[in-house]
Design a binder for this molecule. Sequence first.
Ligand code: FES
Length: 382
Amino acid sequence: MSAVPTVGPPLWLLAEVTYRCPLHCVFCYNPIDLADTGRADELSTADWLRVLREARALGAVQCGFSGGEPLMREDLEDLIAEARRLGYYTNLLTSGVGLSPERAASLKAAGLDHVQLSFQDSTRELNDFLSHTKTFQLKQGVGELIKSHGWPMVMNVVIHRLNIDHIDRIIAMADALGAEYLELANSQYYSWAHLNRDHLLPTSEQIRRAEAVTDAWREKVADRMKLFFVAPDYHEGQPKKCMNGWGNVFLTVTPDGTALPCHTAKMLPGLAFPNVRDHDVRHIWHDSEGFNRYRGTGWMKGACATCPDQQKDLGGCRCQAFLLTGDPAATDPVCPKSERHGIVQAAVAAADAGEVPTRPLVFRDPKSSRLLTHPGAGPRTS
Ligand code: FES
């Protein structure tokens, strides 16, 4: 089979319109250096409108507006209206903070198709602790608002060691709110979640129990709610076909205009990613080095190079390979064929043994971002 991939269109455009966010989630996938991209660095409305047009001309059909919290952008309605006019199916990925009745009405008028509301837990205490905010009650109201506007009710809960034992109550809460889709997404360990991994990685027994509880609910609510349990690859020993393949269908544009094949790729060393301020989307998608480097299978080495499953998983996740081995071209260590698989086994064994790190959880906020990104600058008080 040829190692040179046929490049189709970027079907999915993820517009990360801002890193500003009222929440401070410990599992956030936004980059650790997010504080380096302030409001002044964000793309203008005109830039975003151009990106929407260029990506649509290339064949993009779905557009997700994400962040940070996308509702922090006052021009969100303008972006959604243009996306809708261009023929995208539009999604808003939100914490719900800022989704007032007035804002919901204006988003509806702009043509927004779909809202995905995130919760951190089924209890006020843990929801508010994990996001370092008091938002649980507000989210309940937002759930009702979403229903009242006739949007499909789609909930997303990131699952990890601290909330996985609440899965029964989380599903019950989603059912009570009238959710039609509930994604129980086991945390992927990048960025802030990677920093906090040894607090967040569930035990194997917790995963088994959670899957059994989810299966039981699946039967019970089959007529009204679809449940998706996204299994954690650390425990599965099965590399995921990350982003459905590098530069295959996903195009992420970050708040400052950097174009990426996935939301965390900017940290990968030795790769320059283009900016939509400098290049049009067609060039970025087809011709840039950043989007071509890990396309297909030609870049593979080690266990991946001769693996009969290489088309199935495309070598797993490049970001995870880099975070765990320092080499973005390595076989993803979650794969049992990786010579570094022991790293993942050791992490799961530590979780199973109940080990808890002495370092406290790090919350995603600008202050921590600055301290982690520029440690030489010394601590700041604000
Ligand atoms: Fe970047 Fe998987 S998250 S390649």
